[in-house]
Design a protein around this ligand. Structure first.
Ligand code: HEC
Length: 101
């Protein structure tokens, strides 16, 4: 019985850690799209009201992105919601937003 509980805990633990591998696209839609828009044009009502900058067509290093998210007061609402893995995934994802027409 105890063995079974142990393996259950192990399996749940494994599921959780695999879910923790950040996917830039989902982090973006969950945390950033509200202001920056699904396509990075920052033309959502909140994005316009806050004068969020267009993200499409640009690339940020993980270091630069980390300071933008952690130090720019406009990002106060998301600062605590993205960890280093999320920021790495976002740095890889942002360039895929495309042309920035
Ligand atoms: C609450 C609205 C809001 C959310 C949510 C938000 N941002 Fe921003 N973001 C802004 C605003 C406003 C600016 C412009 C800041 C300024 O002018 O100082 C900005 C600027 C930026 C910049 C700098 C753009 C440039 O050209 O200098 C980057 C990069 C950025 N955001 C990425 C993100 C990422 C990645 C997320 C999700 C983790 C995110 N933002 C979530 C409002 C938001």
């Amino acid at each position: 019985m105890q063995g079974r509980i142990f393996s259950l805990v192990l399996v749940v633990g494994m599921l959780c850690s695999s879910a923790a591998v950040a996917d830039g696209g989902s982090v973006y839609s969950a945390q950033c799209a509200k202001c920056h828009g699904a396509d990075g044009q920052s033309d959502t009502p909140v994005g316009k009201a806050m004068k969020a900058k267009v993200l499409a067509g640009k690339t940020w290093s993980q270091e630069k992105l980390t300071s933008v998210i952690r130090e720019n007061a406009k990002h106060k609402s998301v600062t605590g919601k993205v960890n280093d893995d999320d920021l790495a995934a976002l740095a890889a994802f942002l360039p895929t937003l495309g042309g920035g027409s």
